[in-house]
Design a protein around this ligand. Structure first.
Ligand code: HAM
Length: 421
């Protein structure tokens, strides 16, 4: 039997209401902040990701789904959205049409990571990008939107971590200092951190090794090297978050796994999802548009993992969604009435009612059972003596009350069902 590829997951009908609820919450909140949806292709030229996310990052060096298409172009399934959004922003001159572009997305992403709870190879992100302003108020707005969405989903055991990575110049100075500090301790570092010392020294800061973290306790902090504009902006972000009553902590070891960041970075962590605890992450990327060939345009954004968020909701038991139900199940007493039933169903559906009936020639008892199984609010019973009198029976399945309605009084039938809410 052919099974789904490791690290991919079917979203089954029994789970879909959670996804609808999550997507609706996301769309509502982005809408209040005036973010508008953008959809970009599932695959892009490989070089787009290599140039934006960074050659030395785990995503680009180990995790991308890349192939050569029949035309000889190297294409990659998107591992994240920021690169594609910035590419579209430049390609369609969105910066010329509007001085600030506030964009959001909901989309599948692809990374060939080792699958585990909360880590998939095809997963879904929602996220936002604001292009055109370097105001730190937008940095705080990103954190606020992410926080509000998570709160709206009932998540309580979450916390916000923020940091500043400064300008490339201040970061370069810091990287050199950190490398200097770590090089005589190299032998004590984990194997992974040893490799990162030359290529990606900042990532050592979020090493999972206990010993590495102990060594880092005496390491210089990035805040000793930040330029004044980064420090000022960071203060504004902190002030705004405090005013908005969004609790946060400063974590000077929060470096993120993508190279395009400048200044503010942040993550929201859940205590309820095990090791893959980061529900969302983001930050400012003031040089990315220029690096990808556009006019210098500052940007800031974040993305959140939807499977992880749903896992956190499940573990916090925060979503109590009503079970799906339908409005009417039409029970047919006589086989000869099949066509009448189909016609009635069609007319009711055209009046925005959710209607189901039996397609399997089942007995009356089995049809009633099905009506209950589908949580139908009403049964319409068609046939028998009533039918010969030109009537049908409308039965309220939650209290058992029933009334006869003339077959000619279709409007009465519709209004009875719609009234009952
Ligand atoms: P990221 O930290 O790589 O950032 O991913 C954001 C979120 O996507 C993570 O916090 C996590 O919840 C989820 N995620 C990542 N990988 C997986 C996976 N393999 N399985 C399940 N969930 C996963 C970005 O993608 C940046 N583009 C965010 C950003 C937007 N920065 C600025 N703008």
């Amino acid at each position: 039997m052919i099974k789904a590829i490791t690290g991919t997951k079917d979203i089954l009908p029994s789970e879909i209401s959670k996804w609808y609820h999550l997507e609706k919450t996301v769309r509502d909140i982005f809408n209040y902040f005036n973010y508008v949806e953008i959809r970009t292709p599932i695959f892009e030229e490989t070089s787009l990701f290599a140039r934006s996310i960074g050659e030395a990052t785990d995503i680009v060096s180990k995790e991308m789904y890349t192939m050569i298409d029949r035309g000889g172009t190297s294409i990659t399934l998107k591992p994240e959205m920021t690169a594609g959004v910035v590419r579209a922003f430049i390609e369609h001159s969105l910066g010329e049409k509007s001085s600030l572009n506030k964009l959001f997305y909901i989309s599948p992403m692809f990374r060939q990571e080792r699958p585990q709870a909360g880590r998939l190879r095809q997963f879904h992100q929602f996220g936002a990008e604001a292009l055109g302003s370097s105001s730190p108020l937008l940095d705080a707005e990103m954190i606020e939107m992410a926080f509000l969405i998570l709160k709206k989903l009932g998540l309580n055991d979450i916390f916000v971590k923020i940091n500043s990575l400064g300008t490339p110049q201040s970061r370069e100075t810091y990287k050199n200092e950190l490398r200097k500090f770590l090089s005589d301790k190299k032998e004590k570092l984990s194997e992974e951190s040893k490799l990162r010392l030359e290529k990606n020294v900042l990532r050592i800061l979020d090493s999972k090794s206990h010993q590495d973290q102990e060594i880092l306790n005496n390491a210089p902090s990035i805040f000793e090297f930040l330029d004044s504009s980064s420090l000022e902006d960071f203060d504004i972000v902190k002030k705004y978050l405090t005013d908005l009553a969004i609790p946060f902590e400063v974590d000077t070891r929060l470096v993120r796994g993508l190279d395009y960041y400048t200044k503010t970075t942040f993550e929201i962590i859940s205590n309820k999802v095990g090791s893959q605890s980061s529900l969302c992450g983001g930050g400012r990327y003031d040089l990315l548009v220029e690096e990808l060939g556009g006019k210098p345009t500052p940007g800031v954004g974040f993305a959140a993992g939807m499977e992880r968020i749903l896992l956190a909701c499940e573990n916090e038991k925060s979503l109590n969604l009503p079970e799906r139900n339908i409005d009417i199940f039409i029970v047919r007493l006589d086989k000869e009435l099949s066509f009448k039933v189909a016609e009635l169903a069609s007319n009711l559906r055209r009046n925005q009612l959710i209607v189901e009936y039996d397609y399997l020639d089942r007995s009356v008892k089995a049809q009633m059972r099905e009506a209950n199984k589908l949580n139908s609010k009403f049964a319409v019973i068609l046939g028998g003596e009533e039918f010969s009198k030109g009537e049908l029976i409308l039965k309220n399945l939650s209290n058992g009350e029933q009334e006869n309605i003339s077959l000619n009084d279709f409007n009465k039938l519709v209004s009875r069902v719609k009234e009952w809410h």
